[in-house]
Design a protein around this ligand. Structure first.
Ligand code: PHE
Length: 486
């Protein structure tokens, strides 16, 4: 019996524990090896493995902090009562980011209004105190309430999933269990202690005829998909760009005319690193000039200040368009007469709340086209062609806003599983202000597509967390290990 299955001590322990009606958490030993063993036994048809995931709402660090100190909008409101000068709000002890968000909440709710450099209180904040109680309520019982969406969006709460695993013996498993006596008392896994005192132990014989059990095989679906995407991009005539995850604020934002200290930058929830980068002065000055004063005869610029110490900060890049701009400068601006199509498939990082369609690290498919006679029509054409090659046909574009493109188009795809359109990418023609400092005056088009979203659409996977990241479901990944696109 044993020779057919080659059960390890952990396997036997798991079988015995099921017989004793123990829950998985109650089995003594290393949790990972117990789960691995249970999966192995399941794939051998010895146990039935049922996994249920129970969602629970919990407070994030920011949420806990808000419970301790109060919601930023309440702190700010109380501060404004004593000091209503707009440019002194930082004395409230809140960060710039918190102040901006709090002002948003307070003006939207009609509690305050901004009057030049003063802030005027319009009504008291009883409602907000109620909101605070609701946060406490969520902490206590983990159940949704009317502020759920808002709290989630503001990163005060997150959904945690508790995993419950239930194991039962199959008919085959019961047979094996009734014979377990034969295996007991024999050692199969060696350790230092056992080897030293080998005379005191009885060892299981090696079964040279058994087939080894291989647990984790196959490539991750995401990795596989990346290669398929790369093939498509090559077939559309694009060259691949190489890049780094760590980027300077300059290449992620400034060069694209994102205003400094402006909510435009908030869409990416940037992850800052402690170190600073080495800025390339040859381009910095030119970007700064256009940023402040615009292009003569065309635009005025933002005016104000341009803070170079901000530009040199290092971050985990929030979009691979940073790479596009490096190539525009270091390759294209030195070869203005040639035509180019560049792409990359690489990771970006955003400090976002994780849910079924958002991760903190995800892949972007970046594309850039520098070609004579390029138009919006060709941009949309490339994008549609790309999705068509993947077998995704239900695509639409709609106008949107990016600080660095004009016109800009959001790309949405129809997701059968939820019977609705979801955002799957973003694109546009780069603004003159972003190209002029680089010395480029032809049209340049760009797009950034969300790789995991395309994958979800293509394979009908309804939760991005199951295929990428620390919560991946290995069973799903294994199931897709051998799929083929064509
Ligand atoms: N950078 C954009 C994003 O992260 C995508 C994009 C790339 C838009 C190029 C326009 C041009 O969503």
């Amino acid at each position: 019996m044993d020779s057919n299955y080659n059960l390890s001590e952990t396997d036997i322990l798991v079988i015995k524990s099921i017989l004793q009606n123990k829950k998985v958490e109650e089995i003594e030993g290393n949790k990972d090896s117990i789960i691995n063993s249970a999966r192995k036994l399941a794939s051998l048809g010895i146990v039935e493995f049922n996994r249920t995931v129970i969602p629970k709402i919990v407070l994030t660090e920011r949420g806990e902090e808000a419970l301790k100190k109060g919601l930023p909008e309440v702190i700010l409101f109380n501060f404004i009562k004593t000091n209503n000068k707009r440019n002194e709000l930082e004395k409230s002890g809140l960060s710039k980011e918190e102040i901006n968000a709090a002002i948003g909440v307070l003006t939207k709710g009609g509690f305050i209004k901004i009057d030049k450099d003063q802030i005027v209180i319009l009504k008291d904040i009883d409602e907000l105190n109620k909101k605070f109680e609701k946060l406490d309520e969520i902490k206590l019982n983990g159940i949704k309430n009317e502020y759920f969406d808002e709290f989630l969006k503001r990163g005060l709460i997150r959904i945690e999933e508790e995993e419950k695993i239930n194991l039962t013996l199959t008919e085959e498993g019961k047979k094996i269990a009734s014979n377990l006596g034969n295996l007991e008392g024999y050692v199969s896994n060696l350790n230092k202690e056992i080897i030293k005192n080998y005379k005191n132990y009885k060892f299981r014989a090696y079964d040279l005829n058994s087939t080894p059990y291989i647990l984790y095989n196959g490539r991750n679906l995401v990795k596989y998909f990346i290669d398929e995407v790369r093939k498509i991009m090559f077939s559309l005539g694009f060259q691949e760009m190489s890049s780094n995850y760590v980027e300077e604020v300059f290449w992620n934002y400034d060069v694209m005319m994102f205003r400094q200290n402006h909510p435009d930058r908030d869409i990416q929830d940037t992850i800052y690193l402690d170190e600073k980068g080495d800025l390339d002065i040859s381009i910095l000055e030119r970007v700064k000039e256009v940023y402040l004063n615009g292009i003569k005869g065309l635009s005025f610029g933002y005016g104000g200040k341009f803070d170079e110490s901000e530009s040199s900060k290092l971050i985990l890049r929030g979009h691979t368009t940073a790479t596009t701009f490096r190539y525009l400068y270091y390759v294209i601006s030195k070869n203005l007469d040639k035509n180019y199509r560049f792409f990359s498939v690489s990771k970006v990082f955003r400090n976002e709340a994780i849910d079924f369609k958002h991760l903190r690290e995800f892949y972007q498919i970046e594309g850039m086209i520098y070609e004579d006679g390029l138009s919006v029509r060709s941009l949309i054409g490339y994008i549609k062609e790309f999705y068509k090659s993947l077998g995704i046909d239900k695509i639409q574009v709609k106008p949107t806003y990016n600080p660095y493109t004009e016109p800009s188009f959001e790309i949405i795809g129809f997701y059968d599983k939820i019977n609705d359109w979801v955002e799957i990418g973003n694109s546009g023609m780069f603004r003159k202000e972003t190209l002029y400092p680089l010395g480029i005056n032809k049209n340049v088009a760009g797009f950034g597509l969300a790789l995991e979203r395309a994958l979800m659409l293509k394979y009908g996977i309804d939760d991005i967390r199951l295929i990428n990241g620390s919560e991946s479901d290995l069973d799903i990944i294994r199931k897709y290990k051998a799929f083929k696109l064509w």
